[in-house]
Ligand binder design. Sequence first.
Ligand SMILES: Cc1cc2nc3c(=O)[nH]c(=O)nc-3n(C[C@H](O)[C@H](O)[C@H](O)COP(=O)(O)O)c2cc1C
Length: 228
Amino acid sequence: MNEASLPEMSLVEAIQQRRSVRGFLDTPVPEQVIDQVLSLAQRAPSNCNTQPWKVYIASGAMRDSLREKLVQRAMSGATSQADFNYSHKFEGVYRRRQVECATEMYGEMGIARDDKEARMRAGLRNLELFDAPHVAFIGMDKKFGTTIALDVGMYAQTLMLSLTAFGIGSCAMGSLRHQPDIVREAFGIDDSIGIVLGLCFGYEDKTVAANNTRVGRETVADTVVFKT
Ligand SMILES: Cc1cc2nc3c(=O)[nH]c(=O)nc-3n(C[C@H](O)[C@H](O)[C@H](O)COP(=O)(O)O)c2cc1C
């Protein structure tokens, strides 16, 4: 990897600057930069260094075709065929945070809570990849459970921080895992591989209202228990 082309951003800055980007410019990320970012992401830790992540990236015509198929499938009213279960309903404090997040995002987008049609259109923007020129699908062997999914999550975050360090926006997307057959067919992926999440990336379009979304975090004191 040519480290000379790394931008000047500390890890602390990358962590502080990373946020979900939901509107992108057409401008593709140069291949060499994508290679560098992917090399960095490979540094993610994993159980016994098994490196279980499988990554499939679509750009150009492949990205266009995937986007069209994902949108068409959603418009047909198809139900989720996700490879890994996501059946929990958020309650209590988790529900509060979920609502706060949606309120902030839809507020920036000027969408009222009871405007179902506008919310549906906003949901569809996920499958339109928020116009990102690149989308990564990150998967793992279907045999693996939550323990190994942790490794995939660590890969995804390492990838997003690396993208941030290069001035590239991204959004992790659970919404891209619901029709994995479309992804497997497009990339010729064996049926033994399940899709855990999608992740779109590219240069942020700062004129998109959704990109003004800023969500907070609980304090360390609310999260961490110290004992001596
Ligand atoms: C596994 C995962 C799946 C996500 N799926 C989506 C998604 O489908 N659509 C979306 O707009 N944001 C998605 N997000 C982004 C979260 O909403 C976002 O990370 C959270 O609100 C915190 O905001 P921030 O990333 O700007 O700090 C996802 C994030 C994660 C980690």
